[in-house]
Design a protein around this ligand. Structure first.
Ligand code: C2E
Ligand code: CA
Ligand code: CA
Length: 275
């Protein structure tokens, strides 16, 4: 039995080392069109407009020896070895190129959001680089949003605030990701001019399971809406989830009920065209 376990560990470790070597190679080549880095997208439903007009970009790797690799197997590695920013640059570039294609083909694309890790913001050139990548494709800055999670590190607060303000002064939108997964410091969040607050799936599940939780989640969503933030619920899987979140002040809905993440080119199946 122990042999079996050890063998499994050895196979997992070999795969980890292989993925790490490919991440290193992607980082060193720094090619924004690297074909190993794929953009998948999950369309987001806009309740007011009754259509899909935004989406979230989600990274995948396609490697020779392993085929498709999902974020849980490479994002922590890329963060740990400081390769994550190279990966984010590639995703941002490819997303902007595709937004350009969708707009040129007449699709109504309000925006697509891209995930960044808080550690990336420490670089003082962060905002300039992001603006350059978007600017090169000629799309309006407001077509791109950046998703950030809450930082637990109080010393990062002023830095994060100034980065957000700088990006927003160019028209780039900002989302707070995974709200509800950490102990949240509301007063701090309210000092940051996010456009959209993404309520994590754990809040949707909690609201489905107890009236008390539903009251709290609903209250929070109303509070954010009153403060001019839009509320997006993540992880909508069923019609019951959908109905409940609409009652809890949702502006946007995202989850498997509408679509799993799909290759970015397939967004044409969800986005509409102007008449
Ligand atoms: P996230 O940003 O919170 O992304 C949402 C995750 O939830 C995605 O997993 C998505 O496939 C999954 N999801 C969507 N709808 C549902 C649903 O109805 N039910 C459930 N249970 N899950 C749903 P994915 O694509 O595996 O990404 C996992 C995480 O990896 C992301 O969580 C994000 O933290 C990270 N990630 C993905 N792409 C990037 C990226 O380009 N850069 C960075 N820094 N992180 C990324
Ligand atoms: Ca996200
Ligand atoms: Ca999330």
């Amino acid at each position: 039995m122990f042999d079996g376990v050890e063998e499994k560990d050895a196979v997992a470790e070999k795969k980890r080392q292989y993925i790490l070597s490919r991440l290193k190679d992607i980082h060193e080549k720094a090619d924004l069109d690297d074909e190993r880095v794929l953009v998948f997208c999950q369309p987001v439903y806009n309740i007011h407009e009754e259509c899909f007009d935004t989406a979230e970009a989600l990274m995948r790797l396609k490697l020779e020896e392993t085929g498709m690799v999902f974020p849980d197997q490479f994002i922590p590695l890329a963060e740990e070895h400081d390769y994550i920013h190279t990966m984010s640059r590639i995703i941002l570039h490819k997303t902007c190129v595709q937004i350009r294609n969708l707009l040129d083909a007449g699709f109504n694309v309000k925006r697509i959001s891209v995930n960044f890790s808080i550690s990336e913001l420490h670089d003082e050139n962060f905002c300039k680089e992001v603006e350059e990548i978007i600017g090169k494709t000629g799309i309006p800055y407001e077509k791109v949003a950046i998703e950030l999670t809450e930082t637990q590190d109080e010393s990062d607060f002023l830095m994060v605030k100034s980065r957000i303000e700088s990006l927003q002064s160019h028209g780039i939108k900002l989302y707070l990701d995974d709200f509800g997964t950490w102990y949240s410091n509301f007063l701090r969040i309210m000092e940051l001019p996010f456009d959209i607050i993404k309520f994590d799936r754990s809040l949707v599940i909690a609201a489905m399971n107890s009236i008390k939780s539903e009251t709290i989640v609903s209250y929070l969503a109303h509070m954010f809406s009153d403060m001019n933030y839009s509320v997006l619920y993540e992880g909508i899987e069923t019609e019951e989830d959908e109905k409940k979140c609409i009652r809890m002040c949702a502006r946007y809905l995202q989850g498997y009920k509408y679509s799993k993440p799909i290759p970015i080119e397939q967004l044409t199946e969800y986005f509409g065209k102007s008449a």
